[in-house]
Ligand binder design. Structure first.
Ligand code: ADP
Length: 630
């Protein structure tokens, strides 16, 4: 049998011992992907798949799960089936595999009759190493019949938490997968997910009828991400300032409502930034265009609701900015997980206002009321969502290492005493000077207005504003009128919310909630309790050690030229830019400036196929650059 140079794989039966297998696996990694080492647990997950042991692989987003199911069929020369929930996810993966010459295809509703026929042909001939398919299509077509003739050895179930009702993203169509084992008793099954608590993990294994699965749970901490929580005061100014730290870099700005995404995108565009809105209410064509433009790097900023995310594989997202509080830490981990998938430094900022907690609570209650569930069920739903929300709130409020907080939430102890990559450890948060006195002033004012007013009016009184309601109620005559004159209205509201958040004040439920006193409020007034309030302002001078390390020795001008070249190729080929070459590869080239094919091959992410495809163009570009810079 003759094999192409780019297909270095001997048939599986040539493997004699573990050692030669390990060598073959590493060679395959290097020659196809241009990577010289595995990420944690990849080698173990690959080994389980090759040996036909069922497995559950839990790795954080960006941990490199795809490679675990992409590599084994190259060794066994078989076709493996990947179950994936979204067409966009499948397409992205097929694109990036094609870029390295890897035979993969997907069957989905977007294929033309001709494309479908061709894919079936490739499938029947055994030419494919991977076939991606959505769970609902597997049983609704003659596919099961077709693949049952192919002696399938392995199934990989991506986003496997979707099978569990305990997970945060249950998809009923995943439940059908439990029937697969009966159809393919000889195959092994491998579940992949980024979020799975122990009960969800157990449920996945049970639902898929896994036999004695090997379970691999990766480290959830993402050391290349710098987390920051900033008290939200002047939202638009703060957003512009944060985006300003990432010029020409990919950023996702999450908003809670659809209307906000459109408003903010317009505002950013008016301020000279190219930003597109994205939410489920836009028509499919528009959404598709935005997604494509972001993938091909013709735009760098998307302002979106959480509808934007699944299937966004752009690996060089450098900023994920939440302008409002996410619903749960699971959602936050998943959304921030879209930053820095290439392993390079990226920033995740949460603009926090305690007011969001109250908005979410109202939304949760309204959602449950209109759900037509029986009362007991509806209450259960409310309680579980409130627990998630409270955990998220605690994270936002905590004055302790964010990496440690997140790791511990996902059941993993965090070893470092200073992560050097969160606002707390970087010393960026400041406590408000004289928090106790400020808290006492606010609390006395609540008492003076007889616990009958909302946050806004309360702060107007504290600041000594002249409004009609203040006149009408005679609040300008109160002793607390104007005692926080030096504070801006928004800052004052933020401080009241911080007190509410820490339960030093209470708030009534309903459409027009009023601020009320509680036991703790009195303790503060009697000097029996100390209060810590955060200064609702961002200290300047941001930029962690890690950010500068990743750029060490990189010629930025060459990097920009390489990016322009990549954008052109992505456009010509109609493929996402990162599938051509990711940022890590571009930085490696812009650092090493190789002058020959052999030295180019030493750069990160350059395998044989990419060398053959782009080697000449890259070397010419570097030569021209060197010439210009002399
Ligand atoms: P996940 O599916 O777990 O979120 P991916 O499989 O998309 O993560 O991988 C994230 C990024 O890491 C991709 O750009 C991929 O090419 C890269 N990657 C995966 N494995 C390795 C490795 N061993 N060395 C270097 N980069 C890797």
């Amino acid at each position: 049998m003759t094999r192409k140079v780019s297909d270095p794989t001997p048939p599986a039966n040539q493997f004699i011992g573990q050692e030669s297998l390990s060598v073959e696996i590493h060679q395959t990694l290097l020659r196809w992907w241009g990577f010289d080492t595995f990420r944690p647990l990849q080698a173990e997950a690959i080994s389980a798949a090759i040996h036909g042991h069922d497995s559950v692989v839990v790795l954080p987003t960006g941990g490199g799960k795809s490679l675990c199911y992409q590599l084994p069929p190259l060794l066994s020369q078989t076709t493996d089936i990947i179950i994936s929930p979204l067409v966009s996810l499948m397409k992205d993966q097929v694109d990036s595999l094609e870029a390295i010459g890897y035979p993969a295809a997907a069957i989905h509703s977007g294929l033309s009759v001709n494309e479908r026929r061709k894919t079936y042909q490739r499938l029947r001939s055994g030419a494919l190493r991977l076939l991606f398919i959505a769970p609902e299509r597997l049983f609704n077509s003659n596919l099961i019949e077709t693949i049952s003739h192919l002696s399938i050895q392995r199934f990989a179930i991506d986003e496997a938490h979707c099978i569990s009702q305990w997970g945060h993203d249950f998809r009923p169509e995943y439940r059908q997968l439990s029937a697969l084992r009966n159809h393919f008793p000889q195959a092994s099954f491998h579940a992949y997910t980024a979020t799975a608590t122990p009960p969800v993990r157990k449920d996945i294994a049970e639902q898929l009828h896994l036999k004695n699965p090997e379970v691999f749970v990766g480290i959830f901490d993402r050391p290349n991400l710098t987390y920051r929580v900033i008290q939200r005061t002047n939202r638009t100014t703060q957003i512009l300032e944060i985006l300003g730290r990432h010029p020409k870099e990919a950023s996702i700005v999450y908003c809670i409502s659809r209307r906000e995404t459109e408003r903010l995108a317009k505002h950013l565009t008016a301020s000279g930034l190219l930003a597109h809105p994205y939410h489920a209410g836009l028509d499919a064509k528009k959404r598709h265009q935005t997604q494509e433009a972001f993938a091909k790097e013709s735009i760098d900023i998307v302002v979106a609701t959480v509808a934007f995310g699944m299937g966004i594989d752009r690996s060089n997202v450098r900023l994920v900015l939440h302008t409002g509080l996410p619903k749960s830490l699971e959602a936050y981990q998943q959304e921030t997980g879209r930053a820095g998938r290439d392993g390079l430094a990226a920033e995740c900022v949460l603009l926090y206002s305690p007011a969001d907690v109250f908005s979410w609570e109202a939304l949760i209650r309204r959602g449950a009321e209109s759900s037509e569930l029986p009362e007991v069920e509806s209450q259960k739903l409310i309680d579980s969502q409130i627990v998630h929300l409270q955990q998220m709130r605690k994270y936002a409020q905590a004055a302790r290492c964010r990496h440690a907080f997140l790791s511990e939430h996902f059941g993993q102890p965090y070893e470092l005493s200073n992560c050097k990559s969160c606002d707390v450890c970087l010393g960026e948060t400041t406590n408000l000077a004289d928090s106790n006195t400020v808290a006492q002033k606010i609390i006395s004012c609540v008492a003076r207005v007889s616990e009958r007013f909302g946050v806004r009016h309360l702060c107007e009184v504290l600041r000594g504003a002249q409004t009609a309601p203040i006149q009408r109620h005679g609040h300008h005559r109160l002793s607390t009128y104007g005692i926080l004159k030096s504070f801006d209205q928004r800052i004052c509201e933020n401080l009241v919310h911080q007190l509410l958040d820490q339960e030093y004040l209470s708030r009534s439920i309903g459409d027009r909630p009023v601020v009320m006193l509680n036991e703790k409020s009195w303790e503060i007034l009697r000097n029996q309790r100390d209060v810590i309030l955060l200064e609702p302002r961002l200290k300047k001078a941001i930029g962690s050690q890690k950010e500068s390390d990743d750029w060490g020795g990189v010629d930025r001008t060459l990097f920009d030229r390489l990016r322009q070249w990549r954008r052109k190729i992505a456009d010509e080929r109609g493929k996402p830019a990162w599938t051509i070459l990711d940022d890590r590869a571009l930085r490696s080239i812009a650092r090493e400036k190789p002058t020959s094919p052999a030295t180019l091959l030493n750069c990160k992410g350059i395998g044989e196929k990419r060398l053959a495809d782009h080697g000449a163009a890259l070397l010419t570009l570097i030569k021209q650059h060197n010439h210009k810079s002399v």
